[in-house]
Design a protein. Sequence first.
Length: 129
Amino acid sequence: MNYLAWFELGRTELMRANGVSYAALEREGVLLPVARAELDYRRGVGYDELVWVRSHVKQVRSRSVTFEYEAVRAEDEELLARGTTTLVCTDSGLRTRRIPVEAQRMLEQLRSAAEARANGPGAQPPASP
């Protein structure tokens, strides 16, 4: 498995844990294909090593959402990779459309919560590349 696949799992679980299911969106004719992916590879991971993926919402727009990720080794929290994906909301014919109101509201709440954590008491500046 590669880091982008882990990022997808992290994004899916983040949304599911907050009440938005990709399957439910697709049943409503709403798709969120990845339009852009970036990956900054730092370190490899060995077989049977546990990896944590930290996922959060970076930006929400009416027709797209950008997620940020960090993959860290569970044992020592060493940064292995970081990246972003931007998903564009489309209908089943792949024409862009607005993100449904409830999904957009939840995504914005996640973005605000991530921003508050990043800027709150004891916040550390981002690690340099």
